[in-house]
Write a protein that binds this ligand. Structure first.
Ligand SMILES: Nc1ncnc2c1ncn2[C@@H]1O[C@H](COP(=O)(O)OP(=O)(O)O)[C@@H](O)[C@H]1O
Ligand SMILES: [Mg+2]
Length: 244
């Protein structure tokens, strides 16, 4: 698959916390309609990178361009066309899923909101929980609600930070298929973080390995397996991380 014009372009991005560079000179791009997997162990800098793309924290140096606009200077028009989901962000628990989606849908000014919410609730198989308090949902259902929320504004770019972290394998697999289907239907660009190499192997057109804040390898899953002569990405990563 050939990727379109870059949706995200990051150059020499650095984020220091005190003396420690959590993101240390990262250059990457995400093309239109491309699913890019950002892989790395805990503490590699994945969330820090995503938070800079969202304008939630400021880079120490380097540049970010999204839809050709500079982040954070043009944060508002960028975020109108993008969205984000994380297993670690909590929605108001006393509201029902439908109410939560309604609040966020109104923030985005979504037209035909009630029908859109019904469609998303059904798609992510949380329809039967739609009118119960969000606190009654399982962890996996909450993650799916977060994903539904992230699609409310029909984004062109989706940033997903470990979206399947709290799901059981079956639901995680269904969720991956849903993400893939939506990406195909809408030509959505997706940047997807995970420490689950197998998951990213199945979903991503291209994989970026982040290790101690630096990109240490990139390519399609198939290319990486061939280049490093390994059976799966986990082994490729271990080999790179250990300097083999
Ligand atoms: N606000 C912060 N203050 C200080 N250190 C931080 C902060 N946020 C993240 N870090 C550190 O930056 C590194 C990368 O963290 P993070 O981006 O959360 O990694 P990942 O998402 O890949 O697990 C870790 O060592 C973490 O402790
Ligand atoms: Mg993280």
């Amino acid at each position: 698959m050939t990727a379109g014009a870059p949706v995200v372009e990051v150059r020499q991005l650095v984020k220091r916390f005190g003396g420690y560079a959590a993101v240390d000179g990262v250059t990457l791009s995400v093309g239109g309609g491309e699913i890019v997997g950002l892989l790395g162990p805990n503490g590699a800098g994945k969330t820090t990178l995503i938070h800079m793309l969202l304008g939630l924290i400021l880079p120490s140096s380097g540049s970010i361009s999204i839809f050709g606009l500079p982040m954070p200077r043009r944060r508002q028009p960028i975020l109108a066309r993008a969205n984000f989901s994380s297993a670690y962000v909590q929605l108001p628990l006393s509201l029902t899923p439908r109410q939560n989606l309604t609040v966020f849908g109104r923030l985005y000014g979504v037209k035909g909101l009630a029908a859109r919410i019904d469609e998303l609730l059904e798609r992510f198989e949380i329809g039967e929980m739609a009118d119960r308090p969000t606190r009654a949902l399982s962890a996996g259902q909450v993650s799916r609600l977060n994903l539904a929320k992230s699609l409310l504004n029909d984004p062109e770019l989706l940033l997903l930070d470990e979206p399947t972290a709290s799901m059981d394998p079956d639901i995680a697999d269904k969720t991956r298929q849903t993400i893939k289907a939506i990406q195909r239907e809408r030509g959505l660009a997706v940047l997807y973080t995970s420490h689950n190499m197998r998951e990213v192997e199945r979903l991503a057109d291209r994989v970026l390995f982040l290790h101690r804040g630096k990109l240490v390898a990139s390519g399609s899953p198939r290319d990486l397996l061939a280049r490093y002569e390994r059976e799966d990405l986990e082994q490729v990563f271990l080999r790179i991380a250990r300097g083999g």
